[in-house]
Every structure is written in structure tokens, then in C-alpha cells.
Design a protein around this ligand. Structure first.
Ligand code: NAD
Ligand code: IPM
Ligand code: MN
Length: 352
């Protein structure tokens, strides 16, 4: 089992360390961990946010555990040198087009939701975010207009193949859950979204057992806080999925709790190759203080065992240990408590 570990910047190394401890505590056969540089640290050491050595390491691995990238000191760099290009480059190069971001209520945590506890109690949803297209990867630039002022532009585009493959994946995910799929777009305004809606509607014919609903993204943002329990699977594009998943995290209680899996088509000897990371970033405001909640990264390691290694039992063990730690009142600063990063890791390890 070859796992490439890319801790990255800010709290990335802090939270990744705890997830690695959890992996090492399990009895995994022939576990080999490789560590590589990504983000601002890679830029400082190698002059590039995603060095070739790192990319090679990812390609040679069965799965990647990713911390976070981003550093305010790099905000002035040319775009291709910025830390964020590391994660975008990995997603593109490795063909990771499907980003699964589950959001589920934790027993005892309802009071930490930004919503009223009775509204937060029933959250059990999965956001399926397309990860290789949209405005993220379209042509972009800054140009001079005739009157001399600058104009920034980013092209939003989806080819129907890109929509079709993520739609199939989302329908299959819904089949394995409650059979309800909400496709989120802005088809009342955007051509990209009209095509998205048309193609998702075509794919629906293959899944008569799944109930499909189309929803505009502004309404979806509202419904997500009005009644998040109404959602089962949400499928959406790269940008809308990015925004809605941060929002979903506060419906559950904290961005320090939400894990993700980024999958493509490559199969390994064990399962589907994937990259696993918390949905949060490098949190420069708390970096280096041992205050970050590592649960999102630990839960990402659980998703790795499930999707890339076929080890459902180990995945469920980790998830149960995290859930019990939370039920027992283990709380990081993000949840109003004072448990530090290492103490939260200890609490999860004890419950494994
Ligand atoms: P962020 O997610 O890093 O932080 C937002 C807020 O949430 C901050 O107040 C932070 O302290 C808090 N937070 C985040 N994770 C936490 C955790 N595990 N425990 C406790 N609190 C936590 O978002 P941001 O501040 O907008 O971005 C900071 C940097 O991270 C930027 O450079 C951004 O580009 C980058 N970023 C990277 C990724 C990634 O690597 N995949 C994801 C998002 C943002
Ligand atoms: C995420 C992040 C990234 C994204 C950034 C850092 C490129 O916000 O993983 O959610 O927008 O996808
Ligand atoms: Mn994000």
C-alpha cells in the first residue's frame, strides 16, 4: 500500500501528522509512506509549487494524502507560481474529476451548527463536485480595454463528456444512498449550466430508480440552510461545489470536520486511485499554534481506505472513533473547546 503524503503549508503538516498516526495505528499490510513537497514550501525549496518529483511520487502511489496549500506571502506571485496551483495541478494531471464531499451530523454536535439544532440534526448529504473543468480551468487573463482600464476574465466552460461522467458517478452514488439527486446549476443565466442541465437530464434515463431534481445555485444555497436534511446527493460544477461545501461544513458545525475524496478512472491493485484531503485550507490565522482540528484529515484517511484500498472495516473504525471522540466532548477551538491538534489525534487513537 503506497501512500504519498503531501503536507503542504500552514496547518497542513499539523493535521496530516495526526492522520498519518491513525493510519500507522491500524494493522495495514505493507504500508509504505512517501513524503513530498507541495505549495509554498515547494516553491521555496524548488522554485515551483508542484515539483516534478512530487508529481512522479503521486503517479507512483496507490493514493495521496494531501494537507493544504496556500500562504499569504505568495499572494503577489504570478498565478502559475502560487501554492494553490499544486492542488489544481494534481487534480488535472491525475485526472481526478470527481470530488466527493460528505457532510453528516455528528451526535452531540448539533449545538455547534450555525443552524438551529433541530435543523442540523438530520444532515446526511454528499456533494459530488466536478473537479477538472468549469471556470477553474478555462482561459483566463487580465487585459487592457480600449479606455485603458484593466479587465480580468475567466472562461466558464463544460464539454458534455465532462458533465456526463460526473453525472453517471453522482447517479450511482445516489443509488447507493437514498436515491435522491439534486443537480445544482445556474441554467437561467449561463449557457454552461443549460448544457449541464440538459446532459444530466439525458443521463437520468439510465437511472429510473433515482429521483432527479434540478435546482438553481442561489436557491440551493438557501435550501441548504433552510433544511439541509432534505438533500441526499448534490451534483454540481467546480465553483458552485467549492462554495456549497464550505457552507455545508457550518451546517454540520465546523470546516475542521469535512473530508473529501478526489477520484478519477485509474484503478490500482487495491481499488480506485484517489487524492484525499480536508475541504479546508492552510488556515494561516492559526498555523503553527497546534490549534487546528485534524478530524477532517483523519476522516479523509478513512475515505482513502474505503475508496482506494477496499478496506471498509478500517474506514468505519476510524469514522466511529472520530464520532465517539466528538460524542465524548472532545472539541478543538473551531468547536468552542480547547483540545489541541495532538490531543484530538490522541483522543481518536484511544478510541480506535
Ligand atoms: P481556510 O479553510 O484555510 O480557513 C478559513 C477559516 O477556517 C480560518 O479562520 C481557519 O482558521 C479556519 N479553519 C480552517 N480549517 C480549520 C481546522 N482544521 N481547524 C480549525 N479551524 C480551521 O480558508 P482561507 O482562510 O480562505 O484560505 C487560506 C489559504 O488556504 C488560502 O491560501 C487558500 O487559497 C488556501 N486553501 C487551500 C485549500 C486546499 O489546499 N485544498 C483549500 C481552501 C483554501
Ligand atoms: C478547495 C480549495 C481549492 C479549490 C483552492 C485552494 C484551489 O478551495 O479544495 O476547496 O477552490 O478547489
Ligand atoms: Mn474550497
Amino acid at each position: 500500500m503506497k501512500i504519498a503524503v503531501f503536507p503542504g503549508d500552514g496547518i497542513g503538516p499539523e493535521v496530516t501528522r495526526e492522520a498519518v498516526r491513525v493510519l500507522q495505528a491500524l494493522d495495514l499490510p505493507e504500508l509504505t509512506l512517501f513524503e513530498g513537497d507541495v505549495g509554498a514550501i515547494a516553491y521555496r525549496r524548488h522554485g515551483r509549487p508542484l515539483p516534478d518529483e512530487t508529481l512522479e511520487m503521486a503517479r507512483a502511489a496507490d493514493a495521496v494524502l494531501f494537507g493544504a496549500v496556500g500562504d499569504p506571502s505568495c499572494d503577489g506571485l504570478e498565478r502559475h507560481l502560487r501554492p494553490e496551483q499544486a492542488i489544481l495541478g494534481l487534480r488535472a494531471d491525475l485526472g481526478l474529476f470527481a470530488n466527493l464531499r460528505p457532510a453528516t451530523t455528528f451526535a452531540g454536535l448539533e449545538g455547534m451548527s450555525a443552524l438551529r439544532p433541530e435543523i442540523a440534526a438530520a444532515i446526511d448529504l454528499l456533494i459530488v463536485r466536478e473537479l477538472n473543468g468549469d471556470v477553474y480551468f478555462g482561459d483566463k487573463g487580465t487585459r487592457r480595454l480600449d479606455d485603458g482600464q484593466r479587465q480580468g476574465w475567466d472562461m466558464m466552460a463544460y464539454a458534455e463528456d465532462e458533465v456526463r461522467r460526473i453525472a453517471h458517478l453522482a447517479f450511482r452514488a445516489a443509488q447507493g444512498r437514498k436515491g435522491q439527486l439534486v443537480s445544482v446549476d445556474k441554467a437561467n443565466v449561463l449557457e454552461t449550466s443549460q448544457l449541464w442541465r440538459d446532459v444530466v437530464g439525458e443521463v437520468a434515463a439510465d437511472y429510473p430508480d433515482v429521483a432527479l431534481e434540478h435546482m438553481y445555485v442561489d436557491n440551493a444555497a438557501m435550501q441548504l440552510v433552510r433544511d439541509p436534511g432534505r438533500f441526499d446527493v448534490i451534483v454540481t460544477g467546480n465553483l458552485f461545489g467549492d462554495i456549497l461545501s464550505d457552507q455545508a461544513s457550518m451546517c454540520v458545525g465546523s470546516i475542521g470536520l469535512l473530508a473529501s475524496a478526489s477520484l478519477g478512472q485509474r484503478e490500482t491493485a487495491f481499488g480506485t486511485f484517489g487524492l484525499y484531503e480536508p475541504i479546508h485550507g492552510s488556515a494561516p490565522d492559526i498555523a503553527g499554534q497546534g490549534r487546528a482540528n485534524p478530524m477532517a484529515t483523519i476522516l479523509s484517511a478513512a475515505m482513502m481506505l474505503r475508496h482506494s484500498f477496499g478496506r471498509e472495516d478500517d474506514a468505519a473504525r476510524i469514522e466511529s472513533a472520530v464520532a465517539r471522540a466528538l460524542a465524548d466532548g472532545v472539541r478543538g477551538g473551531d468547536l468552542g473547546g480547547d483540545a489541541g491538534t495532538g490531543a484530538i489525534g490522541d483522543a481518536v487513537l484511544e478510541r480506535l
